[in-house]
Design a protein around this ligand. Structure first.
Ligand code: ZN
Ligand code: ZN
Length: 357
């Protein structure tokens, strides 16, 4: 079929809406009519050449839509099902999947190298994270489309596919915040605001949101942070209030300096969890003697997600009004205005700019 997609032809280029060819779903695949797709910082990274992307490419990996067609042997989904796309294939067969860690699936890829169902003028088009969801339609394995129920708007549901799962899961699943614990969240974009909410829902007694931008600090307070601090104040204030460090720190920035801050901000025995995507080749400097005080630092991939279980659970939390997704939608743009949406995302809004179809 023909569909319209936002194509980027070269590093640093603008996106152009073009008519492309999308192959029919093959065995085990579904075609999804995309309804909304958030713009993630990883998309900006890909535009800027910081990701392993082969141009031309279609970006977009935080999407919700409706199943529009099924290939042979599709078992879990049917036409008309509402779905959130997942960027782990959760293949079920690699060592990580066998260990029930689909967030570490060997099949996760930034780039399909141009192979796959999408072609433009007869040439293969890469699809970022094997989803390529800045497109009216996309074809994915059924394991990458998770059925959801309820009245949740697509502009909200799509955020579960990357930012919300990543941030919420980092707090609740990777760090396993317990009731009564103190939590620091460094960086309050879409992922950080979801981490704040994860900490709140897990019952954290005090949640310190750290961000240099005051609109983001205000939003963090609106979704559950008890304290909002500029980075220059964080170390002293948090050290004093917690009497020696927080139980948990979640780093949602992706810089070695903020990762070191996260490690420094937790108490002896505390857990620092790193979510932000660092530059390749970055190095972390921590004092190893602090490890003897049982401080830990751990990475978090996709919020330790098991999308098949976690996406519907997050939708339920939204429906129960515990998880505020509306607050995370900083704005919407139709596909034709995706470049404006990308420019807005570069301004570090408090939440996500969502592309609508
Ligand atoms: Zn993302
Ligand atoms: Zn796997």
């Amino acid at each position: 079929m023909k569909t319209r997609a936002a194509i980027i032809e070269r590093r640093g280029g603008v996106l152009r809406i073009e008519e492309v060819d999308l192959a029919e779903p093959r065995r085990g695949e579904v075609r999804v009519k995309v309804e909304a797709c958030g713009i993630c910082r990883s998309d900006l990274h890909a535009i800027d050449g910081g990701e392993d992307v082969v141009f031309p490419a279609v970006l977009g990996h935080e999407a919700a839509g409706v199943v529009d067609g099924c290939g042979a042997e599709v078992e879990r989904l049917k036409v008309g099902d509402r779905v959130i796309l997942s960027w782990t294939p959760a293949c079920g067969q690699c060592p990580s999947c066998v260990r029930a860690q689909p967030q570490l699936c060997a099949g996760i890829t930034m780039s399909t190298g141009g192979a796959g169902p999408l072609t433009w003028n007869g040439k293969g088009v890469d699809r970022f994270m094997a989803l390529g969801a800045f497109s009216e339609y996309t074809v994915v394995p059924e394991t990458m489309a998770i059925a959801i129920e309820g009245e949740i708007p697509a502009t909200h549901a799509c955020l579960i596919g990357c930012a919300v799962m990543t941030g919420y899961g980092a707090a609740t699943k990777t760090a396993q915040v317990h009731r009564g614990e103190t939590v620091v969240v460094i960086g309050c974009g879409g992922v950080g605001l979801a981490a704040v909410q994860g900490a709140r829902i897990a019952g954290a007694s005090r949640i310190f949101a750290v961000d240099p931008i005051d609109t983001r600090r205000e939003m963090a307070l609106a979704v559950g942070a008890t304290d909002a601090l500029a980075p220059s104040d964080a170390m002293e204030v948090i050290g004093t209030i917690t009497n020696g460090g927080a139980d948990v720190a979640v780093e949602c920035v992706g810089r070695s300096e903020t990762m070191q801050d996260a490690f420094a901000l937790v108490r002896p025995g505390g857990r620092a969890v790193v979510v932000g995507l660092p530059e390749l080749g970055d190095r972390l400097e921590i004092e190893p003697v602090l490890l003897l005080f049982e401080k830990s630092i751990k990475g978090s991939m996709y919020g330790s997600a098991d999308p098949l279980r976690d996406f519907p659970a997050l939708v339920s939390l939204y429906e129960e009004r515990q998880l505020d997704l509306g607050a995370l939608v900083a704005g919407t743009r139709p596909l034709s205005e995706i470049n404006e949406g990308i420019a807005e995302t570069r301004q570090c809004p408090a939440g996500r700019v969502v592309v609508t179809f």
